[in-house]
Design a protein around this ligand. Structure first.
Ligand code: NDP
Length: 311
């Protein structure tokens, strides 16, 4: 079995795969062309087009992350080769931490205290009851469902939204356009953990942002394309005028790295992080990758990515 690996931690992945599969040939994508060709499997994150184009006998592609938007958009992606992606694989917990941090940032008024500190102003803010601070989670997949549960366990009422109906203990699960409107109409923070697909792009547009209660905040560790960035800026107002929304914590952007000229960098009520919410931990994810390879080889059914749906 030949596996070609392409990711930031390619050497670590190559070594871990070689150790677990001593009979396999595992090479990184910077190996000479002859060594990269005729792979049975690619294990990749942000694969370059040449790597996909030069393969002739692939049996499967393993996406070393949860989002497949980059892979599906790469020219040369062979049709009809099954793709699997990482499901949780150690990402849910750091994502839940990131989102909880964001929720607490607004719930505990850390945004307001930062402004007060700059003015040497000593003024405790009113602490709301958690029961009056509902959070909405868009996307209840491998990661989103864990985040919704973690927020619920932290004491917040949680409304979740997904394409198909779901049941998650303690979470009010909604779906469909009506469900989205219902969620947006009542949450203090909306968290977007959806994949980037044709159906989710700009899902938080000006009209939907306006449906959030005044003073609500947005936390986006999903994908930049989920939010119309211009509409978000308008809803936030500027340094002189407060807008409909209170603030945003953003980890992902339409263009990454976020260009230096983006107004989001300078906005006083936006916190920018550089796509770091939930990196793929090799030590946690390796078992899932090995299990995928064994299942491919055994011809077992796998939860493959649906390229039409885009996730
Ligand atoms: P999954 O594929 O497991 O789940 C996706 C969820 O989104 C499902 O609940 C799905 O609904 C829902 N969904 C998809 N399309 C729609 C739609 N049109 N309308 C409503 N709901 C929809 O993904 P993960 O939970 O593993 O990851 C989610 C995303 O998080 C990734 O795609 C990636 O973009 C992002 N991510 C970001 C990271 C970071 O570091 N910033 C790290 C990891 C992931 P249903 O359940 O009905 O299918």
């Amino acid at each position: 079995m030949k596996i070609v690996v392409h990711t930031d931690d390619a050497t670590q992945w190559r070594d871990a795969l070689s150790e677990a599969l001593p009979n396999a040939t595992v090479v990184t994508s910077d190996a000479p062309e002859e060594a990269r060709q005729d792979a049975d499997y690619l294990a990749v994150w942000k694969a370059p087009a040449y790597l996909l184009k030069e393969q002739t006998r692939l049996k499967g592609i393993i996406n070393l992350g949860a989002g497949v938007d980059h892979l599906l958009g790469t020219p040369g992606l062979p049709a009809n080769v099954p793709i699997v992606k990482l499901r949780d694989a150690g990402m849910s917990e750091p994502m839940a931490d990131y989102v909880l941090y964001g929720v607490l940032h607004f719930y505990r008024s850390m945004d307001r205290y930062a402004v007060q500190q700059a003015n040497a102003e000593w003024q405790p803010q009113r602490l709301a009851d958690k029961a009056d601070w509902p959070i909405g989670v868009l996307g209840l997949g491998a990661i989103g469902a864990h985040v919704a549960s973690a927020l619920q366990q932290a004491g917040f009422p949680v409304l979740g939204w997904s394409r198909s109906p779901k049941t998650i203990t303690g979470v009010q699960c909604l779906h469909g356009d009506e469900g989205l409107d219902k969620l947006l109409g009542q949450v203090q923070s909306v968290v977007t953990i959806l994949p980037d697909t044709p159906a989710t792009q700009s899902i938080l547009n000006a009209e939907r942002l306006a449906k959030l209660p005044k003073g609500a905040s947005v936390i986006n560790p999903g994908r930049g394309s989920l939010i119309d960035e211009q509409a978000l800026l308008e809803a936030l107002g500027d340094s002189a005028t407060s807008g409909h929304l209170r603030g945003a914590l953003l980890d992902v952007f339409c263009e990454e790295p976020l260009p230096a000229k983006s107004s989001l960098w300078q906005h006083p009520r936006v916190v920018v992080t550089p796509h770091m919410a939930a990196p793929t931990p090799v030590n946690d994810a390796i078992d899932q990758v090995i299990a995928y390879l064994h299942a491919f080889e055994a011809g077992e059914d796998l939860p493959t990515v649906n390229p039409t749906q885009g996730y």
